[in-house]
Design a protein around this ligand. Sequence first.
Ligand SMILES: Cc1cc2nc3c(=O)[nH]c(=O)nc-3n(C[C@H](O)[C@H](O)[C@H](O)COP(=O)(O)O)c2cc1C
Length: 173
Amino acid sequence: MGISGSLRDHSSNTHLLRIIGNLLPDNVSFNLFGELHLIPPFNPGDKENEVIVNLKNAISAAQGVIICTPEYAFGVPGVLKNALDWTVSSGEFNDKPLAAVSASPLNSGGDKALASLLLTMTALGARKNEICSLSVPNIKAKLSVEGHLTDASLLHPLQILVDNLLLTIDESV
Ligand SMILES: Cc1cc2nc3c(=O)[nH]c(=O)nc-3n(C[C@H](O)[C@H](O)[C@H](O)COP(=O)(O)O)c2cc1C
């Protein structure tokens, strides 16, 4: 399962998720969660609507989750953090194999958002290791607006990330 932290049309992070999906073996299905914009603001005790239930069911059904996110104001986009907060007490991410990516047009690659995301995913109990994350700097020079990779050197680190996630999934079954 893939979750993009960007709602933007032509988002580089959503493009990256699709590219990652294409690196998976043929026998692995990959679904992007496309309803992040419909998740209501988290309020503990509020009744969960259908979209929250869909999110939770999708995480539970997935053998692994890949999150790609931009950095906004040195942090994780509010829409992504908000969605993750809905899972805190129900535990869908507990022991779930995770890969996390940040992509940014800046040299920093969104590393502060990635660090913050990893901290949150630790709190949620996701299964991760030291090579489960990747920050991608200068993303605009590596992807076309339509989402085609224009810098083939990015394929190798993405493949390492995917292989590591598949290994983590194998180890967890
Ligand atoms: C409100 C706002 C705040 C941003 N803050 C940061 C930031 O702190 N660090 C960073 O690397 N990029 C920042 N950016 C630039 C984003 O990384 C850039 O827009 C990126 O392309 C967004 O990812 P996307 O292409 O997946 O939508 C910011 C952009 C916006 C609109």
